[in-house]
Design a protein around this ligand. Structure first.
Ligand code: FE2
Length: 216
């Protein structure tokens, strides 16, 4: 694993802090297709909520009650959109889509026998001046034939459009996934998330930082 070490002086005490290198090697997101379940703009036009919090759909139901929360293990996913030189990209549109805890996509062709009405399935945000983006979603689950993954699509005038998928590092399903297997080591480095347990009392179970690096 690529890591770098920093020597930090804190209160006169020197401490080694190891953390995943920020965009180590600047490996760009490998380009992938949309796949069959990208919710088209016309489909989304009929929806109610496509914001960056996928764990709830809409604000309140017609009776004024809060909507149910998404099933599954909630995940905070954040990071920066940056180019291969590490420069933040301001104002990139970032979209993610994934199946719900039952394996159903928010797509006319993607719904299985059970659908989690509390999961948004698709969300969109925009990177800020520092390139930062953030989603709240669920830790991805496997569905027939695929290892857990989150689809991601980015748009910005500087690079156009990039579509890829994020995977969970170390997931046992990766070894049998045709797409993951097709990636180079550098490609895997660019798309792997390493979810860590969120602190006690946090509204989510998992948190993961993932830089989204786009090639020039
Ligand atoms: Fe998928």
């Amino acid at each position: 694993m690529k890591r770098r070490r920093l020597l930090v002086g804190a209160g006169g005490v020197l401490a080694h802090i190891a953390f995943p290198a920020l965009a180590a090697g600047r490996d760009a997101l490998p380009r992938m297709t949309d796949g069959p379940f990208y919710p088209s703009p016309s489909y989304r036009a009929g929806g109610v909520d496509w914001d960056a919090d996928l764990t709830t759909v809409g604000g309140r139901d017609p009776d004024g009650q809060p909507r149910p929360r998404a099933r599954g293990e909630h995940l905070d996913l954040w990071g920066t959109v940056q180019d291969s030189e590490g420069r933040a990209i301001d104002g990139a549109t970032v979209e993610i889509w994934q199946c719900d805890a039952f394996g159903s996509y928010r797509h006319p062709r993607g719904a299985g026998a059970r659908v989690d009405a509390g999961f948004q399935g698709f969300g969109s945000t925009r990177s800020d001046a520092r390139g930062s983006y953030r989603f709240r979603t669920i830790r991805p689950v496997p569905y027939t034939g695929r290892t857990p993954h989150i689809h991601v699509k980015l748009r910005h005038p500087s690079f156009g459009e990039v579509t890829s998928q994020l995977f969970v590092a170390g997931d046992p399903g990766n070894a049998n996934d045709f797409l993951y297997r097709s990636l180079s080591e550098a490609g895997r480095e660019a798309v792997e998330m390493r979810p860590a347990r969120a602190p006690a009392g946090s509204p989510v179970m998992w948190q993961a930082e993932r830089a989204l690096i786009v090639g020039s």
